[in-house]
Design a protein around this ligand. Structure first.
Ligand code: ADP
Ligand code: MG
Length: 245
């Protein structure tokens, strides 16, 4: 397969004060690829996502999105954030706005779409995540799984080149996890480039092209799910898997 890199990190290092939280990170995510990131709590998974989306600065190294370096600030940064959507554990919807308004907001504000056009497209996206009939409700009237699907529709509304998911199902009741994973699975099948931090090993096995295992700020393993789950190479990964499987 010809590699067509969309997200590239080269020798990235990040500190929080004295804490060396990302250590010499090299990671390439090809267009259309689904990379699942797993690892113990505190290993740097969220920081990695936030770094890719430029919510955090780095001390050294290079990050490029579709061949272009990450801009420092200003317009370029807003454009980049639109190119790489992010879905968080806590859905972060605007509580006082309808579901539809939550999805239309950024296209209108950041992209200057006309409200009618943004709303029409938002309804299509809500339909895609199975929420066509919930458009006029407030987030609090929806279940957690539905709210997270709204958050996914909102991220899609900016036509991102890639989506980052940081433990998108960790805050959900068990019976709602699958409806969110199902939407993510469909996006993956449609060719969306995705970086997914998750503890859902079933999703990792079935949807990921690669599994990246992190520990102590390093990428310890970066392999196919088959290889990773049947024969993890490192003691750290074996130990982690024995605890969660
Ligand atoms: P993970 O998502 O794998 O649990 P994080 O990326 O959230 O790990 O955190 C990695 C390390 O960085 C942890 O030791 C955490 O306590 C620390 N950390 C995360 N965010 C901050 C912050 N804003 N300031 C200082 N330390 C932080
Ligand atoms: Mg985290």
């Amino acid at each position: 397969m010809a590699v067509d890199p969309l997200i590239e990190l080269r020798d990235v290092n990040k500190y929080y004060g004295q804490l060396h939280v990302l250590r010499n990170i090299d990671l390439t995510v090809a267009r259309g690829e689904v990379v699942v990131v797993i690892g113990p709590s505190g290993s740097g998974k969220s920081t990695l996502c936030r770094t890719i989306n430029r919510l955090e600065t780095i001390e050294s190294g290079r990050i490029t999105i579709d061949g272009r370096p990450l801009p420092e600030e200003g317009r370029g940064l807003a454009r980049l954030r639109a190119e790489v959507g992010m879905v968080f554990q806590s859905f972060n919807l605007f509580a006082h706005k309808t579901v539809l308004a939550n999805v239309s907001l950024a296209p209108v504000k950041v992209r200057g779409l006309k409200k009618e056009d943004a709303d029409r497209r938002s309804r299509e996206l809500l339909d895609r995540v199975g929420l066509a009939d919930q458009a006029d409700k407030l987030p609090a009237q929806l279940s957690g799984g539905q709210q997270q699907r709204v958050a996914i529709a909102r991220a899609l509304a900016m036509d991102p080149k890639a989506l980052l998911f940081d433990e998108p199902t960790s805050a959900l009741d068990p019976e709602m996890i699958n409806e969110v994973l199902e939407v993510m699975r469909r996006l993956a099948e449609e060719g969306m480039t995705m970086v997914v931090v998750t503890h859902e090993m079933g999703f990792a096995r079935s949807a990921a092209h690669r599994v990246v295992f992190m520990a102590d700020g390093r990428i310890v393993e970066d392999r196919s799910p088959e290889d990773f789950f049947t024969a993890p190479a490192s003691e750290r990964a074996r130990d982690f898997l024995s605890k969660i499987l």
